[in-house]
Design a protein around this ligand. Structure first.
Ligand code: IPE
Ligand code: IPE
Ligand code: MG
Length: 256
């Protein structure tokens, strides 16, 4: 084998992320990012975990700018999973306030950039102030025609799949479709990502090589890029490096 486990990571070539080397003709349409490692970043510095989340938000902002400048069509962040409710209340409360902060600091720039903000996940289970901020993001950017920016908040892929099954059963029972009509398209149209292309590239920071209940159906043929960098250390250069690596890969979809 050419690469050991370490070869899965691209840490060593980090300095290599020159944006000029990216081929604009073969950009991934949809990049999805699991922004992991905020807590460990803070712990290493003797800071509370919430400080890691604040630093992580700054990296989210930089990554949005980099993706938008490059011409990426869809950018998705996994910001809060259905499992993250199990964390201490103080941390959950802090995370739920971040969209409110982000609205104050970033809404205008996103509007100016013609970015359309959308959510994946059930907003109604979040506190009112979170829902209001998320709704305002969606409302104020809904006519924008540029990059689609998805935040997966209170998102879990298994939950999404369960709702899809329920929707299909409803449609069969109502006679809208028959059992033999059920196709990949029928499934995709009943997922939260309806209308979006599947992710071409999935990035995860913090050295964890797992999916953690993210877009299970949609990533069937995604390319993966992992880095040991903790999310608050994730740089624009790493982002460009992931895209360059993606462009070197040969996607065969089972064919030759
Ligand atoms: C990712 O960082 C952000 C969220 C899951 C909300 P973590 O908070 O998971 O950080 P680690 O993985 O504990 O370092
Ligand atoms: C994945 O990170 C979810 C988010 C980044 C929001 P977690 O830190 O929650 O995942 P695990 O616990 O390492 O699988
Ligand atoms: Mg984590």
């Amino acid at each position: 084998m050419r690469l050991g486990l370490k070869g899965l990571f691209n840490q060593r070539n980090q300095g290599n992320g020159f944006v000029e080397e990216i081929d604009k003709q073969t950009l991934p349409k949809h990049i999805a990012i699991i922004t992991d490692g905020n807590g460990r970043w803070a712990k290493k510095r003797g800071l509370p975990r919430t400080a890691g989340h604040a630093a992580g938000m700054r990296r989210v902002r930089e990554t949005i700018r980099a993706a938008n400048d490059l011409g990426i069509e869809v950018l998705t962040f996994y910001s809060f999973s259905t499992e993250n409710w199990k964390r201490p209340k103080e941390e959950v409360d802090y995370l739920m306030k971040l969209p409110v902060e982000f609205l104050k600091t970033d809404l205008q720039e996103l509007v100016d950039r013609n970015v359309k903000v959308q959510m994946l996940g059930e907003k109604r289970q979040t506190p009112n102030f979170t829902q209001e901020a998320l709704t305002e993001f969606e409302d104020k950017t809904k006519h924008n025609t540029g990059m689609i920016l998805n935040f997966a908040i209170n998102y879990g892929s298994r939950d999404e799949i369960l709702s899809m099954i329920q929707k299909i059963i409803d449609d069969v029972e109502l006679g809208n479709i028959s059992k033999s009509d059920i196709s990949e398209q029928i499934v995709s149209e009943r997922l939260l990502t309806k209308g979006l292309p599947d992710p071409d590239l999935v990035i995860r920071s913090s050295g964890e090589i797992r999916i953690s209940n993210f877009l299970l159906w949609q990533i069937a043929y995604s390319e993966f890029w992992f880095t040991e960098a903790l999310w608050p250390d994730f740089s624009k250069e790493m982002f460009f490096q992931a895209i360059k690596e993606y462009q070197r890969r040969s996607r065969r979809y089972g064919s030759l």
